[in-house]
Ligand binder design. Sequence first.
Ligand code: GLN
Length: 821
Amino acid sequence: MDGVPFAAKDNLCASVGTTTAGSAMLRGYKSPIEASAIARLRERGAVLLGKTNMDEFGMGSHTRGVESLGGTTTNPTSANGARSSGGSSGGSAACVANGSVFYALGSDTGGSVRLPAAYCGTVGLKPTYGRVSRFGLVAYCSSLDTVGVLARTVRDAGVVLAGMQGEDALDATTVPRCEALDALATAFERDAFDASSNAFDADVDPDAPLRGVRVGVPEEYAVAELTQEVYDAWDATARLMESLGADIIRVSTPRARDALPCYYVLAPAEASSNLARYDGVRYGDLTSVVSREEFLNAGDFQTAIAKARTLGFGLETRRRVAVGAFALSSRRAAEYFEKAQIVRRLIANDFERTFRGPNAVDVLLTPTSTSTAPRLEDIESLSPATTYAADVMTTPASLAGVPAMSLPVGRSRVTRLPIGAQLIAPRFREASLVRIGAHLERRLFASRASYSTSSSASVSALDARGEAATARRDELVALISSEGVAVDDVIAANKELSRLEPVVEAYARVASLRAERRSLETLIRDADKDIADLAREELSDVESSIPDAELTLQTLFLPRDDADERGAILEVRAGAGGDEAALFASDLFRMYSLHARKRGWRFDVLHVSETDGRGVREASAEVLGDGAFGRLKFESGVHRVQRVPETETQGRVHTSTASVAVLPHAEEVDMDIRDEDVRVDTMRASGAGGQHVNTTNSAVRLTHAPTGIQVVIQDERSQHKNKAKAFSVLKSRLYDLERSKLAKERAELRSSLIGTGDRSERIRTYNFAQGRVKDHRLDGAASTTADVKALMDGFTLDDFTEALIKKRTEELLSLENGGHA
Ligand code: GLN
């Protein structure tokens, strides 16, 4: 530890520099004391390099610091820094992840060390409450606050924790040192330069170092918000532990669900009382924002304090103080604060039960976060309650007061962002957390080298499929050329071959690039310098082409929607906004008809119900042509328009909507409709002054009794033709119903997929006033087109479609790979 640089979160007082806890209230504050945690490390020769950014007073999950104190800390593992670094110790996690320091101190009240660790791909260790002195930590929620470590490895985290632990006369809640932890730390330091060494635990079987360890997997952590890739990484970690000899046991901690609401009553309550000291007089220096005179002239003392807090506290802090004061108020305390205390006890009991008795487990394994680091841009628009949900995996251990650690176990295949898993141990058992974590990371390290290209696990699965496809191709080729083969078999074989060929080709390309890489590597090792230099150049080219080639191969294995190749039934309906909505619906319908013409699809109008003006209430069409459904399906949803209606005299912009539904065209084989289920009515065609007015009974209405679906067709002059079309639409609707039932069953897989086809989902906004159209499912440049007119004339719809197809492919890939690296 001697001479090793570290950083500390800015809510830990240091005798050098300032301590602001991320608050304008404490800007420039020079602490007369030093936090015990920092002091102990510095006594051992550790070098404090600086303080790190945080959410004000630790209240937050994304390190969105006060603007004037440095602003938001972005995530160094995301290529363009557009992702959250987690919080509230995001500054500490980021500077470990980007290599500025070897480790950093953070504080963890409800997850503030573990969440940023998971988002930034570092280890984050939160000790048992009482393990490390809180003296000199700016109080947020005193009964939950702990000082934790962010480090590159579990071993480092263990060494640092050992360096800080133990009784402190300045914090009455501290406990004596844990000797097992000290012993581990000494062993880690001894073989500090050999991460593959097992020497810290020499007594165990090196192939099964976790033999006899009982790992509980609590099912309550499989919440609906958990993304597939995080779920899969969690699962893969359990399997990895099993392969190291551990017993994996399903356990239940039913109260874990209540942790989040319980935490968000208790934490603000204690915060409101802890923050009461900042009144701008006794605590908090606001002279840089408000003059002494102005402050004193505020009138009475209460007004002056209110002014100080308004200027000195950010929005979230003020919100917490208000919520906390409410929860503690004499009329509400029984309902909120006291209830929350009871729930907290129950949660602690839950954990105690799983760690005790005949079925006791040694550690629990859970995810650390529900997803990888979210986009900062996406967080902006979330309500406070939704941002609080980021802590759902971490608050239970905080409330139970038990130690927990997040360690990086994988990466998203698509975004390459890190994924963390959380180990939770019984009170004061940091040593077992660290020991188990260190064995786990030894194995993870072995494969970590492959992070930069692709994961060994998924590559080998990919290889297996490539090999299988190649073998099958050879088999089929042999079959076709064999003597006496039946014609039907040849036809079937050819059909299969045409599907396999692209896979075989893509796999051959991957294999040849890898072979080339191997021979270049040999050359670099063996040849003389000039040739080796040339080879090195070539190697970097080859290496950069490999991930692309693998991706191409993988895309070919993705599940395909059989309906994609079909034609489509398109339905447009005017939504909210009266005449203006009807005009917009009409514009959209026109856009699709022009687009279809451009793509060479047939566009047959089935039904148009017009309004008095130029608009349509609803319109439907049959779109026939290659892959029409596969492309148009992304149009399903609510389209929103913002423009000045022609009838608006004041020039005000109105917002109205139209909804679009796209169904796959059903062919004869898909649906059997029983005649007795359908009632057929013929009617006079409607439409005031429209082009289809006639006096014969040519409109047809079908009512499908079992489902209640109604179809009206009035377009053709002959009733016979209308009836045929009506049946075709009915079939499509029934087929779609079946499909959406199926889709619901697979809902957990599809939850993150774009274009779920939900007709109530708002997908696009057409802002005529600004001449822009934004698709809400896309990000960045692809999400916006600057030319509404070109789009409405059917020219640029393809740009959106392509971007949506690309995004969907990426999402499918990430589901396939489960993100485990
Ligand atoms: N996000 C949580 C909060 O805002 C956790 C904070 C923490 O652990 N310091 O309270």
